[in-house]
Design a protein around this ligand. Sequence first.
Ligand code: FAD
Ligand code: NAP
Length: 499
Amino acid sequence: MTSYDLIVIGGGSGGSACAKRAAGYGAKVLIVERGATRDAAGTRVGAGVGGTCVNVGCVPKKLMWMAAHQREQIVGSVATAAGNGFTVPASAGEFDWVGMKKRRDAYVTRLNGVYENGWKKLGIDVVMGLASFESGNSVRVARTDGTETVFEGKHILIACGGQPTTLDIPGKEHSITSDGFFDLETMPKKVAVVGAGYIAVEMAGILHGLGCEAHLVFRGETVFRRGFDPFIVETLMLELEAHGPELHKSSSPVEITVKDGKKSLVLAEGTDKTKTSIDGLDCVLMAIGRKPVTNLLALEKAGVKTNKGGFIEVDEYENTSTANVYAIGDATTTGYELTPVAIAAGRRLGDRLFGGEPKARINYETIATVVFSHPPIGAIGLTEPAAVEKYGADKIRSVTARFPSMMYAFNAGENKVLSGMKLVMLLPTERIVGLHCIGPQSDEMMQGFAVAIRMGATRRDFEASIAIHPTIGEEFVTFAGWGQSDGKPQLPPYLDASM
Ligand code: FAD
Ligand code: NAP
């Protein structure tokens, strides 16, 4: 039986990162990746080389988001092109979906190659097939050609990620998920997107931005009922209502029917569950969360424990319940389903197992996130309600600002896009424990602020940083007047004799 220092199940964000780190330290590594496989019904069941992010996640999504954002600047209610002096012909908003998909697929294929070459250069062995446990230190691989091999590993990493879930309603077979979104060969004219999280908001926004008639269906009063600061959610709702897809609040899908090639999504709306429907749809897209694909791993043979949802239970060092078996990324109970989290966890694990850093681990407290909504959202740290719960209301102070940025200087009032910014501070030091923003370029603004927050920045540090003008980000360092946020001077350290 061929033996490895490390067997990695899943060649996605986390698995690839850990494998490369380990191989970089000289470990003998095997990656098992099931590839971009589909089931008999044609539904995608494996993400492929590079995982979800590269094939059916962050990368193709961001390409589509950028196209949608660009179109929004040219035509539509929030367009800025005409105001900035450009002549915009009626055809300017036409979007070549077919051509874009070709280029997007080619971009992804190129990235698949980059991953494969990266593995090859580091001497990592790769087997394409479905992995499952044979025991706590061996893995069986069923290759697509029907052959099977068992490999032995001193250490085994589970980085199998997840897959989209769907609603169990009559006619569900007529819906697609985010995976299916990336298969769409032509642009749907009318689409209903079901969900209230990252994917629903992002995809409904992309489709709307590209010129589809998009409907966003969610069961609550707002999207993002968890995890995001209420001020940001309120601002996003204002923007969605003013410039986004058509919203169907308090609505739960009950059925999908098909007639003459068009779909109808039947909804139960409001507390009295009034039946309504969205008709004439080309596409119904379910984006109601993802589940880990741990059910195929025969985890019981290795004694690896999961929670009720199938997520693998791990401690802060990514250890599972079985010695020498680890898990990272979307398939774990860490609560984060983000590419950089999976990558960082993988690298730290590689450092710990093979790099002589026994305490290497990821810090889950200061993880920034961006939602590619229209406009985008950036957040790091605690929301105000979470900070109040953790520290008590008397220990928390927050400041907010909401304004249309200069980017929309020449737009009519109702066609300006709002920016919203919020700092949540812990008293008495005013350490910033939460930083939240929404508005154009929030996505690019976040990374630098994330470093500052991780370093423990206080409001004084922010206000001691001279603004960059004119930018949207400068609001974070000039909130309520430089050094006067409390109505009395609170000067940066170098001006304050007491510090
Ligand atoms: P994955 O990347 O999913 O990799 C798992 C791999 O394991 C897959 O390639 C799969 O084929 C393989 N596999 C599974 N089971 C087996 C098995 N038994 N044997 C062999 N191979 C197996 N995150 C961000 O940070 N930013 C974004 O903008 C963003 N956008 C997203 C958009 C969408 C539409 C989606 C769906 C996700 C997005 N994410 C984003 C989340 C991000 O893609 C995931 O958090 C990340 O890919 C998780 O990495 P992972 O290594 O845990 O799993
Ligand atoms: P999600 O963000 O967890 O949101 C799922 C949403 O579906 C919830 O907000 C929930 O809303 C709704 N929902 C759940 N069950 C439902 C039901 N039975 N009926 C109707 N609505 C239901 O999941 P996701 O959007 O599928 O994304 C998965 C993960 O991928 C995300 O959590 C994120 O970590 C990652 N991702 C990240 C990015 C990024 O970084 N930009 C982009 C895409 C995805 P209510 O409970 O409020 O109704």
